[in-house]
Design a protein around this ligand. Structure first.
Ligand code: SF4
Ligand code: SF4
Length: 202
């Protein structure tokens, strides 16, 4: 006869004292453990729209869409997480730059007829290069960077001009045509390519 191992004996005694490991779900509601990694959702207030979570998602289930209106020189970034492909690895939560932009809830029963509940979405205003119209990042992402670098933000016109603009203290639309010299354009909101060109211009 095969004798039980010490580990199995210990588990059997624990189960006798504390009750079984399994639950009676779906006949009784199941309460997951505190660290359970369930449905992944964005927090609209704490996400800044940097898209780092999409970069690290191994299941490629986070879609980033930059919608730009070239005539109005405005744009928005839409980030959508589709739950059906999520493998609940927690990589997005772990690598979120604000640490609060995305979280995993205790929700585990994801079967639904409601199409709106099969994804989680955030939309953020984009900042575009004032010279070429290229997407730089979102306004909230630039504000977040400004806070991290503190007073060093004043060394980067893209950071402090975006902040002034979001505070409603200044407006720079249409100013590009008024600045004839390339180097003077360094004092604008620029993508890395235009900033390099403006800086190297003699
Ligand atoms: S939990 Fe993992 S698979 Fe799901 S969205 Fe986050 S990174 Fe992607
Ligand atoms: S702030 Fe966090 S949740 Fe929002 S886009 Fe960036 S990494 Fe993703």
């Amino acid at each position: 006869m095969k004798l039980p191992k010490i580990r199995e004996l210990k588990e059997a005694i624990t189960a006798l004292i504390k009750g079984p490991y399994t639950t009676k779900f779906p006949y009784e509601p199941h309460t997951p453990k505190p660290k359970f990694r369930g449905k992944t959702e964005y927090s609209k207030d704490d996400c800044v729209g940097c898209a780092a979570c999409a970069e690290v998602c191994p299941a490629h289930t986070i879609e980033v869409e930059d919608i730009v209106d070239k005539d109005k020189k405005t744009g928005k970034r839409r980030i959508t997480l589709f739950h059906e492909n999520c493998i609940f690895c927690g990589n997005c939560v772990e690598n979120c730059i604000t640490k609060k932009g995305i979280k995993q809830t205790q929700e585990f029963d994801l079967a639904t007829y409601d199409r709106k509940s099969v994804y989680s979405e955030v939309e953020k205003e984009l900042v575009l290069c004032q010279c070429c119209g290229e997407v730089i990042t979102t306004l909230e992402h630039l504000e977040w960077i400004s806070k991290q670098v503190s007073e060093a933000e004043f060394t980067n016109p893209t950071l402090y001009l975006s902040k002034l603009k979001s505070l409603g203290l200044s407006s720079y639309e249409g100013i590009v045509g008024l600045i004839p010299f390339q180097r003077a354009r360094r004092q604008l909101i620029l993508c890395h390519k235009c900033r390099r060109e403006a800086t190297l211009e003699r």
